[in-house]
Design a protein around this ligand. Structure first.
Ligand code: SOE
Length: 395
């Protein structure tokens, strides 16, 4: 630990959208939860010193670094929190683990399976020295999703047959939304597939408790060029219609079917072109004894159908997941006073800090991140083999 006062020094790399979400989590977690170690927000790191300094002032980071390697040499930093784009994850995470720092890494774990394998191996080795690694599939820690996992694990759904997963956003519908790093394959690895498809893959495997074993996929880029040099925001932005355009090198949308180890079949979509859908991360599961449905746009609710009930009164019930008995809720507000997007990030910090203090390996682990990466790669391989796999429908 960074000192004798039970503190855990944190250094965060990256300070944009995810950096803000993680910053609020490090700030908020010790205020609402009783933590065995107190996180100290020691340093935020970014190449643009002024911008990183601004984030430091707003969120309460104690210092600013402009080179991530400097964080790894600091004795007052125990945890490296990686919020930078995917092309940086492998190098930083492996170096941090080797330097004896615990690592929280944003999703998807990496841009390639090879990188994810190296990261997973580094995490396994680090674990033998008491150094922990976690990948940020934060939606697992939405209370309604955690409850869904509990219902499946306790057998309330019986044998799972169908999994329907969707992650629908619409921030790229306008063809003049400017280029940003999320649209550049060398930086982001893939488009909607890795950015948001990774979340539904992880969520489906987490809630069902079974891995995906095979997939068949389609990828599409609807708008192949976009204005360069506009003003990108976190998601979206503006540019003049006459601005010079550059190539989009990732998918705009992904669709795939899947088989699960337990025998279930799945149908999935991830898109940034679902007009009107802002952050509709949806999961529906049908089992022999019941079903459940979740939509992040109504994130405090889990729908549950219990097929063992008297059919004359059975029906989907709308569980408002804000009771003190529900996962994570006891630390927050009275029943009905719901939570938001940022709370999952706070719960992620809480679980990570507790696991570090207990000496336990957190979940989702880098091995879980690698499992998702393998599914993403299989979907890409299937999509690019489309001409072989596709049967034309006769006219
Ligand atoms: C962008 O599509 C994004 O910010 C993802 O990168 C996040 O993981 C998700 O939580 C919200 O959407």
């Amino acid at each position: 630990m960074s000192d004798t006062r039970n503190e855990l020094g944190v250094g965060m790399i990256g300070y944009a959208f995810m950096g803000a979400a993680h910053s609020q989590a490090w700030r908020t977690a010790p205020a609402f939860f009783d933590l065995p170690l107190h996180p100290r927000m020691r340093a935020v790191c970014g190449r643009n010193e002024d911008a990183a300094g601004d984030v430091a002032r707003r969120f309460g980071w104690e210092s600013v670094e402009t080179d991530w390697r400097a964080l790894l040499t600091r004795d007052d930093i125990d945890v490296i929190d990686i919020c930078s784009p995917g092309n940086t994850h492998a190098e930083i995470a492996i170096a941090a683990l080797e330097a004896g720092k615990h690592v929280l890494c944003e999703k998807p774990l990496a841009n390639t399976v090879a990188e994810a394998e190296a990261m997973s191996a580094a995490a396994a080795e680090a674990s033998t020295h008491g150094v922990r690694a976690m990948v940020g599939f934060t939606y697992r820690r939405t209370p309604a999703v955690a409850l869904a996992r509990q219902l499946v694990a306790s057998g309330r759904l019986g044998t799972i047959r169908h999994v329907r997963g969707q992650y629908l956003q619409d921030w790229l519908c306008d063809e003049n939304v400017p280029m940003s790093w999320r649209l550049d394959k060398t930086v982001a690895g893939s488009g909607a597939l890795g950015d948001i498809g990774a979340h539904i893959i992880d969520m489906a495997q987490f809630v069902t408790g079974t891995p995906i074993t095979s997939v068949s996929g389609l990828l599409e880029t609807f708008v192949p060029t976009r204005p360069v040099g506009g003003e990108p925001t976190a998601l979206g932005g503006t540019a003049g219609a006459d601005a010079e355009r550059g190539p989009v090198t990732v998918d705009d949308a992904a669709a795939f079917t899947a088989r699960f180890a337990g025998g279930a079949i799945g149908v999935f979509e991830a898109t940034r072109f679902a007009t009107g859908r802002k952050n509709a991360l949806r999961l529906e599961i049908n089992g022999s004894r019941g079903s459940l449905a979740f939509d992040f746009e109504d994130m405090n609710v889990l729908e549950f159908y219990d097929a063992t009930e008297d059919p004359s009164t059975a029906g989907f019930r709308r569980i408002i997941v804000t009771e003190a008995t529900h996962p994570y809720i006891a630390a927050w507000w009275p029943p009905g006073h719901g939570l938001g997007y940022e709370h999952g990030f706070t719960h992620q910090v809480v679980d990570l800090v507790n696991d570090i203090a207990k000496g336990a390996d957190p979940t989702p682990s880098f091995a879980d991140g690698l499992a998702v990466q393998r599914v993403l790669a299989a979907i890409e391989a299937s999509a690019s083999a489309g001409s072989v796999m596709t049967w034309e429908v006769p006219g």
